[in-house]
Ligand binder design. Structure first.
Ligand code: ADP
Ligand code: MG
Length: 348
């Protein structure tokens, strides 16, 4: 748990050709003030295994590369360069970002000399921050500024970030859940746990294997989560069919899964999400806790779309909870809006 200083670089000047980047564990988004979201792709890159050592050829990135995850032929290697919100494979991240920026550059107003505002988790250390900076520079940024991801998400969710009244954002991404308390233009306190959508998928795979003796692929588990996933038991119960491999004979088997099964599977990882929010409440200044009790918690990130998650957290924490509009794009839109805000102030 860390207490960060108010976000001073928030008021720095930026030019109007700036782009905002959300380099997430699951998805990368690029935003420009003029064009809005110019890129929204899974954070996946696929390499052709090179014959010469030290040389890598990118075979595919984004959606194309994601389609290959779990079904890659031996001459290809599919990589997710980020893990738990930070860069785990630096060269792969660099190749991926270069391709993404090139794809985004097809937009007419994507400036050659663009400054990048890149979201970074509050608890990322200086090595991880430098890796993000260098990746952006390698991808063609003229300058790079980092913005607290919770802060950007709060701006994107339309929260009154400059006000003295505290707000809380819970961002559930692919690899992490980040909790931030925002007031007076900065993150006052934050918490993070290495549990997110990926862990939910794994929990579904494990539960279904234990209950039905069928092993689902990660992408099948994710599809089930998105289609009938629920954080709580309750009516109406939704049902869908899913196919995996039987543990017994190794052959394909189709089973029926219900939203109740998924609620059971997700109970343990959701407990960790609830615990980190609780912990942030315990460490936050009492005045801000009172503010949040009045204004409620806002959920962002793709995990916020899990069925009945708002109800589950509200019941556990005794605080009103709502899902932000377009939770998957809050961070990048917020980073872009924060840049525009700085621009306006530069003329004062
Ligand atoms: P990151 O910031 O780490 O890249 P995102 O905010 O893009 O992550 O969220 C990605 C996660 O959200 C994935 O684990 C994905 O499975 C999950 N997700 C997306 N849509 C839904 C949905 N409708 N229900 C539950 N989870 C979802
Ligand atoms: Mg994110």
């Amino acid at each position: 748990m860390a207490r960060a200083k108010p976000h001073s670089s928030f008021l720095k000047r930026l030019s109007r050709h700036d782009v905002a980047v959300d380099l997430g564990t699951a998805n990368t988004l690029i935003f420009t003030a003029d064009e809005g979201i110019v890129l929204n792709q899974p954070s996946v890159v696929c390499f052709e295994r090179s014959t010469k050592p030290g040389e890598a050829t990118v075979a595919a990135v984004g959606r194309e590369a994601r389609a290959l995850l779990g079904r890659t032929p031996t001459n290809l290697e599919t990589i997710r360069p980020l893990s738990h919100g930070v860069i785990a494979d630096f060269p792969a991240a660099e190749h991926m970002m270069r391709r993404f920026v090139a794809m985004a550059r097809t937009q007419p107003r994507f400036g050659r000399r663009a400054s990048f505002t890149v979201c970074v988790p509050a608890l990322a250390n200086h090595v991880e921050r430098r890796a993000i900076r260098e990746t952006a520079l390698a991808a063609g940024a003229a300058r790079v500024s980092l913005i607290d991801e919770s802060f950007a998400s709060a701006v994107g969710a339309g929260l009154p970030v400059s006000s003295a009244t505290g707000s809380m954002v819970v961002d559930i991404g692919g690899g992490t859940t980040e909790v931030g308390v925002i007031a007076l233009g900065g993150v006052t306190c934050s918490g993070s746990v290495r549990v997110g959508g990926d862990e939910f998928d794994r929990a579904i795979v494990n539960h279904v294997r234990a209950l039905y003796g069928v092993v689902l692929g990660d992408q099948t588990a994710e599809h089930v989560k998105k289609t009938i996933g629920s954080a709580l038991h309750g009516e109406p119960v939704e049902i869908m069919r899913a196919t995996g491999r039987s543990v017994e004979d190794g052959l394909p088997r189709t089973i029926e899964l219900s939203s109740e099964d998924i609620a059971d599977a997700l109970a343990a990882p959701l407990r960790q999400v609830i615990d980190v929010v609780r912990h942030v409440f315990e460490t936050a200044p009492p005045e801000l806790v009172t503010d949040i009790a009045n204004t409620g918690i806002v959920l962002t990130g793709g995990g916020a779309l899990l069925g009945r998650l708002d109800q589950c957290l509200a019941a556990e924490l005794g605080v009103a909870v709502r899902v932000a509009d377009e939770p998957l794009t809050c961070a990048v839109r917020g980073a872009g809006a924060a840049a525009a805000y700085r621009d306006a102030h530069a003329f004062e």
